[in-house]
Every structure is written in C-alpha cells, then in structure tokens.
Design a protein around this ligand. Sequence first.
Ligand SMILES: [Mg+2]
Length: 429
Amino acid sequence: MTPALMKTPGFCRDCLAEQKADGRRCTSCGSPRLVRHDELYGLTLAHIDCDAFYASVEKRDNPDLADKPVIIGGGKRGVVSTACYIARIHGVRSAMPMFKALEACPQAVVIRPDMEKYVKVGREVRAMMQELTPLVQPLSIDEAFLELGGTERLHQDPPARTLAKFARRVEKEIGITVSVGLSYCKFLAKVASDLQKPRGFSVIGREEAVSFLAPRPVTTIWGVGKAFAATLEADGIRTIGQLQTMEETDLMRRYGSMGQRLSRLSRGIDDRDVHLNDPAKSVSSETTFFYDISRYDDLVPVLRGLSEKVAWRLKKGEIAGQTVVLKMKTADFKSRTRNRKLEDPTQLADRIFRTGIELLQKETDGTKFRLIGIGVTDLCDPHRADPRDLIDVQSGRRAAAEAAMDKLRDKFGKGAVETGYTFGGKRGQ
Ligand SMILES: [Mg+2]
C-alpha cells in the first residue's frame, strides 16, 4: 500500500478543505481545527449539543459580556442554571448554589433566565438540524440525536462534512456554538459530543470503542448515576474496563435489567435507533399492583409517586397540562376514568397529586383496584403554567419546595428525594 492510501481521512472545520497530508494545521488555511479519523466517512449517527446554551445566547445578545464570566441563575438564593466557559474556569458549575458560585467567581455577571428567548433560539437550531435529516430526535431544548445515513446524495457530502458545515452555519446565522459527536451508536455519539467542548467535533469509531471505554468511570454509561455508581463501587467496580471482563449473565444476576445495559454499553453495543419523538397528547404514569388495593390511605402514596413521575416528564419535556386524569382498573377489570380541568395548566407534582386525591376520594368506596394511574391532557406551552398564587401562600411554598427537590433530582437522580407520601410507601407494588 502506498503511504497516500494509508493516510487518515480528515478535513478542516474552518475552511472544509480535505487534508492530503498528515499535518497539525490545515494545508489550505492554516487552522488547527482539523478532524481526522479512519472511520470519518463511514459514520452517520450524531449527537449535537449547544455549548453553555443559555449563557451563549445572553452573550450573543450583549457583546459587552463576551469576555466576562456569566452565570444564568435565579438570584442569590437560587442555583446556577448555566455557567459560561469563563465562569467554569473559576470553578462555577451547573446546579451549584448561587452563593457558592459567587464565592468562587465574585466578578461574575448574573442573569436571570429568559426561557422564552432560549426556547425560541432552541427552535431555530432545531429547524436547521431538520434541514440536514428528517431523523432528528431532540433530548432537550439544546441537544438532539441525528441519523444522517442516506443523506449523502442530498447534501453532496458525507455526514461528517455536513455536520461541520452545520456547526459553521449555526455560528454564523444564530450566533452561538455547538459541539458535535459522531459515532455509530447513540451512546458513543453522546459521549463524543462532550469530549472537546466548546466548539468540539469528536469521532468515536467501531474499532476503538472497547479500548476507548475501558479506562473511563462507570458513570460514563448512560443511566449510571451517582447512586448506582456507589452500588458498583461497593462491589469493587469503578471502570468500564472491569465491566468488559464480566459475563452478561453475572451482571444480570447482580443488577437485573441494568446488568444487561452495563454489559452491552461497556462493549460499545447499543442498538437504539434515532427516532422521532411522538407528539404527545397526554403524559401519564400508572402502576399495576401485585395484589388488589381498596383503601384510600394505601392508594395515596402510590398516587403521589406517580404524580411526581408525570411532573418530572412534563418539566423535562417543557410542556404543561391543564386537565388531570385519574385512571383506575377494578379487580374485575372495569376501567374508571375521572377528569378535572384546572384553572391554569400545571407542571407541578403537587397540583396533579392534590387534584388526583380529590378525584380518588369519590372512588374509594370499598372497591378493590388492580391498577391506578394519573396523568394530564390538554397539553400546552409551559409559560402559562402555575402562576404565582398570591392568595394561597401554602401552594406557593409547596411549589418552591418542589423546585428545590427537582434540583436535587437533577443532580443526584430520580430516587434522591422522597416526599413523606412516597417514603417507604411502596405497598402493594
Ligand atoms: Mg448543552
């Protein structure tokens, strides 16, 4: 083989020139922002993530902030929502209490989040993604998976180059930056987009997947949060490499269905496709009991847990619902559905739960139930949801408490916080 054929394929992310020689700088424009990889032109699955999204939007709109540390967050008593990269150098992190962030970086400019603006910019970015491929699966306001297989003809370019052009276009036309991860599966595309932030472009190929993953901590694996990592640590497992040496059956025996995920993802096996999120008409959660339950007091904690799940999904999905629906199935398989329309849409577990128990009270007449579920319909944009209720001080306090719990859950995982209603309340499930 001639050396020319052995060369690693690559191009310049600034001028897009193909690199014909193995140098550190672009042979055409001199930029150091090259991307090279043996599998560069064979990979089609991407994860795109905006860099410090809220902070970047604010910097775009106020050039005076360009060189300043910027924190998006809610006042002195709140927490950091997003910190720009300058603030991060000073040690500021997302979810950090604001007073700590200001201790670390007293000169930071603090800006209250302007969600309406961020949603608008997020939609612009998403619209541009959809010009690349119809297969865009958003994960949140500022990130998505894209499957670009089969788009070569449309764009007259392989996916890697199409993605680099996209990143350039977002910078030029929207004025913020993104990081791109390119791989053959969702798991590694997401890992890749995080490797080189900001303005990153990282590639993880099939060949290197196992060796790339081996030295990394188990928390790299999707779904392994702090709590589960502590369980693994207690069993002496810290790195993905250790999981790679274990049998899938052993892992499943120890950790159930999570064991299978550990086994597969640790070896870079992830068959999940990029798919379109269905436009939801309702958000709900239900559970079937191991044995039938008739007592109101036994059903309440179950309803609380389900309400929290529903609220969690509403918040993550940036939607709200105005009608609460209680669903029950009796021991003899008869369905009961009860609705109540609220004055304003909600995203709060507390409001869903309280409406739910009002509906539940009328149903607990000695009937045995095998299933209970709760959800919301009449979905809408969240900006009208849960207006400050000046008359009911209690509900304002509960909303604040719920916001605090959400922050903890964001940080430590869904199981981190239990309310008095759900704590130890797994009866019958
Ligand atoms: Mg982001």
